[in-house]
Design a protein around this ligand. Sequence first.
Ligand SMILES: [Zn+2]
Length: 476
Amino acid sequence: MEYEVIIGIEVHAELSTKTKIYCGCTTEFGGDPNTHCCPVCTGQPGALPVLNEKVVEYAVKAGLATGCTITRNSKQDRKNYFYPDLPKAYQISQYDLPLCVNGGFDVTLKDGTTKHLGITRIHIEEDAGKLVHDTYTGGTLVDLNRAGVPLIEIVSEPDMRSAEDAVAYVEKLKGILEYIGVSDCKMQEGSLRADVNLSLRPVGQKEFGTRTETKNLNSFRAIEHSINFEIQRQKEVLESGGTVYQETRRWDEAEGMGYSMRTKEDAHDYRYFPEPDLMPIKLSEEYIENIKNNLPELPEARKARYVSELNLPEYDAGIITSSKALSDFFEEASKECENPKAVSNWIMTDIIRIAREQDLDYANLPFTAKSFASLIKLIDAGTISNSIAKKVFEDMISTGKEAEEIVKEKGLMQISDEGAIKEVVDRVVEANPQSIADYKAGKDRALGFLVGQCMKELKGKGNPQIINKLVLEHLK
Ligand SMILES: [Zn+2]
C-alpha cells in the first residue's frame, strides 16, 4: 500500500532576554549548577511570579515576523505534571489563549518549487531544569539554572510531507528568529529544539493515522534522520498488520535509532487551568503597531533587494540570506570593496566550501568581512590575478594574516609592466615555431597554448589581458 506522510513540528526557542520569565535571575547558559536561581524559579512556597515584559515583546515580534495574528487578550495557564526537574510540579504555559495564531511562510525546496507551511500558534512558557547523571555517585542530580528561562513554542500545522519539508521549515524559522534577534538559536546548546509529530495514512484516506512524537531534536541532521527512520518504522508496523501507538519517542543520532519513551498523554491529562498568580495579558493596538514598525529587514525582503538592486541570481540571494551571519558578512564586505557580485561569487564557492569543510558557523569565519574585502580590492586593482587570489585566500585561512601582507611577503604582485611581459612573450613565441604555423593555419588552440607558456614563465603572476594582447600582436 502507498502511504502519505503527515508531519507537524513544535519548535521550542529559548528567548535571549537577560533575565528569566518570572524572576530576575540571569538566563546565561552554563554556570555552576543551581547558581542562577532564586525562590521563584525553584518553586519555593509563597514565591510569586512577575511576568517579564520583554518576553511578551519578543513573542509578539516572532509572531509578526512569521505572519501570525497577534491576539489582544491572552492568558497564562498551569500545565500540571511531575518531573524531578520541575519543582513546582506545574509549568506555566499558555493553553487556549496563546499570544499569536494563524501564521506561516513559504519555503523553497531543492527542486525549485515553493510550498506554504502554516503555523497554528506561538505561545510563551517557562523552561524546566536539567537532570544530570553523576558518574561519580551513580545518582542523578538536578540543576535548576535553566528553570524559568523563557521559551516560545511555535506549533506548525500538519503541512509537511517529508524530511525535506521539515528541514526547510525549521531552517527558515531559525533564520527568521535570528534576524529579529529574539533567540540565539544555538541548536547544539539546546536553545532551539524541535519535536516532530509524524503519522502515516493510506493515500486517499482523509483521517489522520495515529501519530508519534519524537522529542528534543537539536540538529538538522537529527531532524532528517529521525523522520526517515520513523517513516520506515511505521510503514513496517502497518504493513505487517500491527498498530502504531500514540507515544513519545527519543532519537539517538549516534546510533541512528529511535526509541519509545512513554505512551503519549493528551492535553486533558495535564489538567490545565488559568494561572491564578498572573494577570491576563492585554495588548493595545499601539503596542503591537509599534513592534511591527520596528521589525528589522527579514530574509525574504533582503533576498528581493539582492535580486533587484544588486542583480544577484535568485538562487544565490536565497542561500546568502538564509543565514543572518552570512548575509551580514556579505553586506559588510560588499560595502567595503564595492563589488557585491565578486563577494557573492566567492561566498557561493569558496566560503561555503570552507565553512562546510571546517564545520564553521558563519558567525565564526576565520577572517573578517573587512579582510576579505581587501582581497577583492587587490583583484579589482589588478595587483593580483584571480588564480593567485585563490592561493592568498587559502593562506589567509591557515595563517590568519591579511591579504596585503601575504602578497607582499610572497612577492605575488601581478606583473602588468608591458616591457617585462613583452620580453617573455617574444622569447616564448619564437621558441615555438610550430604554434605560430598552427595559429596561422587557423588553429586557435595554439594561442591558448602560447599564453599558457608565457604565464608559466611569469610564475602565474603575469596580467592575463596584457599577455594575451602581446601574444596576438606578435603573431600578426
Ligand atoms: Zn529565579
